[in-house]
Every structure is written in C-alpha cells, then in structure tokens.
Write a protein that binds this ligand. Structure first.
Ligand SMILES: O=P(O)(O)OC[C@H]1O[C@H](OP(=O)(O)OP(=O)(O)O)[C@H](O)[C@@H]1O
Ligand SMILES: NC(=O)CC[C@H](N)C(=O)O
Ligand SMILES: [Mg+2]
Length: 478
C-alpha cells in the first residue's frame, strides 16, 4: 500500500490506500447526455483513483466544469450533472502523484487560452516537471495548483498560437514522462498518449460518436464499441469534421506499465491487446509451474489475487477455495494512515473462512507485496484458523524500485523487497514458503511483445531517465 503525503485532505479523509493512479474519460456524441455517460464511464474507472472526480462538458460555445473531492457518486450526489449540457465531455478520477490530494488539484483543469477554453484530464506523471515549472515561472507563468498536469496545460497553451493541434505537437517534444490525456475545447475532444505509451488509453465508437477511456471496461459500461488502443505518440482529434489521427513522434520503445496487468486495471479490460483477466490467470499458471508445492487448497487474496489463484489451482490441480471474504463495502472509511489503522484495515477488509482453512496446507495467492502489511496480517489470521502450512505466492516479481510514471508506490525505504532478502521477507511475514513470479516468467506470457513493457519497479530499468527526488523518493511541487 502507498504512503500518503501529508495534506489537508489526507488527514481528514484518506486511508492508507491501494496503489492506484488516475482514470480519464472523454466522449463526443451529439444527441446523447454526455455528462451522464461520462459519470458512468468514471464510475467504471473508479478503481483507478478515489481522491477526487470531475466532469467538463462543452456545447460549442463554452465549457462548463464540476469537480470535487471524493468518489464519483459522492461528488455528483445531487443534481450537478443536470447543469452540464452539451455534446462533448471529459472526466477524471484522481489518485495524486504530483501535488497533494486537495480540491485545487482536482481534475479536469479548465483554463482560457489563446484559442478559447481548454480543459484537461491527465493520467500519468511527468519526469521533468520541476524543470518545466521553473522555466515557466521564470517567464512569468502563474499556477493555481501544484500538479504536473497544470504544467502540461501551460506548455500546450504557449505553443498554440496557430491552433491546438500544433500546440500539442510542439509540447510533446518538451514534456517528458507518462501522460495519457483527454482535452476538451468548446467544440473538440482531443486524446493524447505519450510516445512510450506508459499509461493505457483506448478509443471506442458510440453511434456516430466516439469515446476515449483509460480502460476498455469504461467503453463497455457506456455501451460503446472498442475500436483500438491509441498508439504511443498519437494524438486523436474528434470534432464535427470526424476523427483525425496525428502520429506526432515516431513511437519510442514501447513501455506499457506491466503493473496494469498485475494489479491496477480491471480484469474485464483489454489493454494493448491483452485481456487483463487472462494475463492474470496465466501468471498463476506460471507461478504454479515455477513453485509447485504439496498443499490442500489454493486461496486468493481478493480481489486482485483471484484470477492468478485460479490459474495456480488449474495448473497445480489443487482445489481452489474462497478462504478469505472481502467486505464489499469497505471504502474510504479510515481516518489516519498510521500503522495501527493499517493493521486494522486488513481485518476490516478481509476475514478468513475457518471452515475452509482449518487443518489445511494452504497456498495463498496475492498479486504483490509492497510493505508486507497485508501478507503479514493474513498469514497470522490463517494460523489463528488452524492452518498447518501457509505458502505465500505472488503473481509479480519483488517490487524493489519506486515508480515515477504515475503510480504512487511507496518510496524505496518502505518497499520490503528493497530492504530485505527473500528469506527475511518470508520470516517477517511468518509464512512457511514464499515465492514471487519471476520476471522472465511474467514476460514470457507476452511472447513477442515481451520487450514492450516498463518493468522499472522490478529491475530499476527506467525507460525515461529520472532524477530521483532526494528525501521522499517522490516528486512534489508543494
Ligand atoms: O504489502 P502491502 O503494503 O500490504 O501491499 C500489498 C497489497 O496491496 C494491494 O491490495 P490492496 O489492499 O491495496 O487493494 P485490493 O483490495 O484492491 O487488492 C495488493 O493487492 C496487496 O494485497
Ligand atoms: N495518478 C495519476 O495519473 C495522477 C495524474 C497527475 N500526475 C496528478 O497527480 O494529478
Ligand atoms: Mg490486495
């Protein structure tokens, strides 16, 4: 789980939350209630960020925005959507990476620029944000927020004297890092994917209109048909002239985030050609082949460990059982992210099914270990239920490096695998056996696409150079 930076909102609302990122959604569909469809699209992407949510709608003359802190259903609990009328819209759910979790940093951001109005929603994280922001400030720019996303808006606006498209093309040379963007003007919807394709972004059709989303599950939710993923380095412009695609830069070496498949994305999504559920199941199968054990049951740590546990059970022939029950209604219930609350958090979230576990040798499958809080608590819970042996299996390699491309993983001091050996981790979580999926085994699942991923969190091989911030291991513009 991630370490939250201190901030007004964190202190009063946020638990120590899972590592997530942001979700973006855009729609161009004259004749449809685009605000409501965006709301439903964001609902489908809620797992990608729970700090704030917002929708911006355009009607040809103006862009209107409503956003706030909280879950989509909390922010739009009243009749806010009724006031947002138009034929195109964008939306955002946020999990902060640069800039605190605070109302000023909620997205979409909306500005007036040389071409009129411009709203932007961003998933990802820039790696040269400090440098860009200093450069902009030195030339008189002012900022309302502390996000890297506002830096992107400034860079685009400065180069857009001859039109937004030209501004975007030029700005993609300066902006470094991870960005999947949806942009709205009074009459255009624009989508942009960075040249490495770090974060996902896909295109669908809805009647005569189009939909853009971080994940295909959001297209399904609004009844849109998946067309394709955006190419790394591609800009898609949708207006009354139809859809135009501009391949800006030659795609660099692809660096799709492999953690989307392991943990973040919804299993029903298809990302860059691979169904997440299928990949997760395969991870479990590979895990079973790499680490065969004598056991009586395979249990998942729900929900993100479930598909891999099924794969492990299928490949090993050991029966699959639901040995841990997840409280479906667990959300943002806690108060402060301290260790005591974190420990309690595991209990609130997951409860063992004694009848399934008592006297058994258990393979417990989860997607990952970050700090070890979850696995430590779960192993202890299983022991209390009379489990004879616990083999902890992870469908990812050990996480040893921080992410600087849009995922709020802990800094390296808190990553257990960066600090301890495999044997020390096994002892510290109290398991009889511990096995992580090998990086080779993971990449083999993708066959000839095996080189198309960013695996920096496992091997420190960063596709875009990063200057690690000294103290926190995180970027901050506070
Ligand atoms: O080692 P830790 O620091 O405890 O982090 C690892 C856990 O965090 C994630 O789950 P999380 O509970 O965040 O969310 P989930 O319910 O979506 O799996 C992940 O699936 C692991 O279970
Ligand atoms: N997780 C993300 O994609 C966050 C987007 C952006 N960097 C922000 O912090 O608002
Ligand atoms: Mg989990």
């Amino acid at each position: 789980m991630a370490v939250r930076r201190p901030g007004f909102y964190n202190q009063i609302m946020l638990p120590d939350k899972p590592r997530e990122e942001c979700g973006v959604f855009g729609i161009y569909a004259p004749g449809c209630d685009v605000a409501k469809l965006t709301y439903y699209g964001l609902y489908a992407l809620q797992h990608r960020g729970q700090e704030s949510a917002g929708v911006a709608v355009a009607n040809g003359d103006k862009v209107q925005l409503y956003k706030g802190m909280g879950l989509v259903a909390e922010v739009f609990a009243g009749d806010q959507l009724d006031g947002l009328q138009g034929h195109l819209a964008i939306g955002h759910v946020r999990y902060s990476t640069t800039g605190a979790s605070h109302p000023v940093n909620a997205q979409p951001l909306l500005f007036r620029y040389v071409g009129g109005m411009l709203g932007l929603a961003h998933n990802g994280n820039l790696t040269n944000v400090t440098e860009l922001r200093s450069m902009l400030m030195a030339t008189g720019a002012v900022f309302q927020s502390s996000t890297d996303s506002e830096v992107i808006v400034n860079i685009i606006a400065r180069s857009a004297q001859n039109g937004l498209e030209e501004g975007l093309v030029k700005s993609m040379i300066d902006i470094k890092g991870a960005y999947s963007l949806v942009i709205i003007t009074e009459n255009k919807l624009v989508a942009v994917r960075d040249p490495n394709g770090f974060r996902p972004l896909c295109l669908g059709s809805l009647g005569d209109g189009y939909v853009i989303a971080s994940e295909s599950c959001a297209l399904d939710t609004v009844g849109a048909k998946f067309i394709r993923d955006l190419q790394p380095g591609e800009i898609v412009v949708i207006s009354d002239k139809g859809l135009e695609s501009i391949q800006v830069l030659k795609p660099r070496k692809r660096a799709h985030c492999i953690f989307e498949y392991i943990y973040f994305a919804r299993p029903d999504s298809i990302i860059d050609g691979y169904n997440v559920n299928k990949v997760r199941r395969e991870m479990g199968r590979v895990l079973a082949n790499e680490y065969p054990v004598e056991a009586d049951v395979v249990i998942p740590v729900p929900d993100s460990g479930t598909a891999a546990a099924r794969g492990y059970a299928e490949a090993s022939g050991i029966p699959f059982e639901e040995g841990l029950m997840k409280n479906r209604y667990i959300g943002r219930t806690f108060i402060q992210p301290n260790q005591q609350i974190r420990d309690l958090g595991v209990r609130l979230k997951l409860n063992p099914v004694r009848e399934v576990l008592n006297g058994k040798r258990v393979v417990m499958v989860d997607d990952s270990i970050v700090r070890g809080t979850t696995s430590n608590k779960l192993v202890a819970m299983l022991r209390e239920c009379g489990v004879r042996e616990v083999h902890m299996c992870l469908s990812s390699p050990p996480i040893t490096n921080s992410c600087y491309y849009g995922i709020d993983t802990s800094n390296e001091k808190e990553l257990i695998a960066a600090q301890k050996s495999l044997e020390e981790i096994r002892r510290s979580i109290g398991a009889d056996g511990l096995h992580y999926l090998s990086l080779e085994g993971l990449l083999d699942i993708f066959g000839e696409d095996r080189n198309n991923f960013c695996t920096a969190c496992f091997n420190g091989s960063y596709p875009i150079e990063i200057a690690k911030p000294k103290d926190t291991g995180k970027y901050s513009l506070e």
